[in-house]
Write a protein that binds this ligand. Structure first.
Ligand code: AMP
Ligand code: MG
Length: 216
């Protein structure tokens, strides 16, 4: 059992002193539940395999299910992936920050438990002021699957997160309900043509306006 610290933070008036406590926890390779615009995420330092292990334990998630890495700027992206194809760049310009996860070839900095042993990694920039600020203050990308226990619905409210995960993580950031309430679209950019692996907040027709060849 963890002694879970619950931080109530308002996204329209972020208390940086409180949020810094969550950022310190990330730096210490602890687990932090954070709000995003899609659903709440169960986050940890994406560059530490020890930190990422704690996500799988808290969720009871099978190790063969890869995690999405959340970033707040393009320098972080460059650290996470080997190359950024032109098509991926144009999608980032159109849909980031937002509910689109791009699968790219992973860099050696990303531990293999993040990607479930694959040589690719899913990356996205969330459209949420608390999530972006937390990543910035922690100075590291944050790996975060949805903050539910494996097999349960993805949480979109702080109350749901607290009742499901209190005692299983180090910190919970309790904020507003998730604006979109639907997971990110996962698009595999290593497949030619790019292929949607999971439908979500960005639709196929929105993506096809930029890249007509995209399939499901
Ligand atoms: P969740 O973290 O619960 O939102 O689920 C993340 C989902 O993203 C996984 O179930 C995978 O379907 C997908 N995903 C993440 N990374 C990869 C990857 N490298 N390759 C393929 N699918 C991925
Ligand atoms: Mg999930």
């Amino acid at each position: 059992m963890n002694d879970t610290l619950i931080l109530h933070i308002n996204e329209t008036n972020i208390d940086e002193t409180l949020l810094s406590q969550a950022a310190e926890a990330i730096k210490l390779n602890k687990t932090v539940i954070l709000p995003t615009e899609t659903v709440y995420g169960l986050g940890a330092n994406a560059l530490s395999s020890e930190a990422v292990d704690k996500i799988f334990i808290a969720k009871g998630r099978p190790q063969d299910n890869p995690l999405i890495v959340h970033i707040s700027n393009m320098t972080m992206l460059e650290n996470c992936v080997k190359t950024i194809p032109e098509a991926a760049l144009s999608l980032m310009h159109a849909f980031w920050p937002g509910p689109l996860t791009l699968i790219l070839e992973k860099s050696d900095l990303i531990p293999s438990n993040v990607s479930a042993g694959l040589n690719t990694v899913g990356v996205r920039m969330p459209d949420h002021p608390i999530a972006l600020k937390l990543i910035e203050l922690a100075h590291t990308p944050i790996a975060a699957p949805s903050a539910n226990r494996s097999g349960r619905p993805s949480p979109t409210t702080a109350q749901h997160v607290i009742s499901d995960m209190q005692g299983r993580v180090d910190v919970i950031i309790a904020a507003d309900h998730s604006r979109i309430g639907l997971e990110s679209t996962v698009l595999d950019m290593t497949h030619n043509p790019p292929m949607i692996l999971r439908p979500g907040g960005v639709t196929l027709s929105q993506l096809q306006m930029l890249i007509p060849e995209i399939t499901i």
